[in-house]
Design a protein around this ligand. Sequence first.
Ligand code: RB5
Length: 156
Amino acid sequence: MRTIVIGCDNAAVNLKSKLVSFMESKGVNVEDVGCFTPDDSTYYPYIAEKVCNKIIESDYKKHGVLICGTGLGMAITANKFKGIRAGVCHDPYSAERLKLSNNGNVLCMGERVIGEELAKKILWEWLNNEFVDSSSTPKIEAIIEIEDKNQICTMR
Ligand code: RB5
């Protein structure tokens, strides 16, 4: 199984440590970039940046898990990086589709939204699916095409 780089902000330290132990107990190689304590106030975008850079440096061989209060800020940030396809999943079906429909290489979840057991199920679903060529392939190519246009949007 591929290496998983995981990170969280201080809203999700507890869930992250549970998910790290869970993955390690299943033999997954995990790289934990922090944060490690609730008093670490590093803004979530900087944690997402660390995880995404590690994925990019591995030539996208590594995948990532990002957890914050809702998962939303992490996903918004991660999707700014070229070649990163991040999605927030709070149910196992979406986690399966994130891999099979979107070839999603970053899974985001919110500690303030779901409990530990559901988070483990979602994570396991995502980890155990691999993207295979399908009718989804041209749609992902369209994402890459749009990304490559690097369009400038002035709307804030
Ligand atoms: C706390 O900073 C909270 O905003 C964060 O954890 C996350 O939910 C943002 O999307």
